[in-house]
Design a protein around this ligand. Structure first.
Ligand code: SF4
Ligand code: SF4
Length: 96
């Protein structure tokens, strides 16, 4: 697994960007490999309400053509996005 290297590590609190850790580039490694289930989005059921985007604790859901997509490199498989999705567009599936 390749480590993600920071271009410049923050030295003070004021240098830390006001953005999810993922966007800020402060995560240094990809998913450690312990995730055993992953969220899968059914685009037909997704209405683009962005509730999953807002509640994902890792900030790994991003807008994609009026709907959303997930960066599986950093998703931890917690399932909060599935819980927040009121249209049932997200299912948790076993890792293969
Ligand atoms: S919560 Fe569900 S319907 Fe809303 S954007 Fe996410 S996947 Fe789509
Ligand atoms: S399973 Fe958890 S970490 Fe992964 S996209 Fe959903 S809310 Fe984010």
């Amino acid at each position: 697994m390749k480590p993600y290297l920071r271009e410049k590590a923050p030295k003070t609190l004021s240098e830390i960007l006001e953005a999810p850790a993922y966007e800020s580039g402060y995560l240094v490694t990809k998913n450690a490999g312990w995730r055993n289930i992953r969220p899968v989005i059914n685009a037909d059921k997704c209405v683009g309400c962005l509730q999953c985007y807002l509640y994902c604790p890792d900030g790994v859901i991003y807008k994609d053509g009026g709907k959303v997509a997930i960066d599986y490199d950093f998703c931890k498989g917690c399932g909060i996005c599935k819980k927040m999705c009121k249209t049932g567009a997200i299912e948790m599936e076993a890792e293969k």
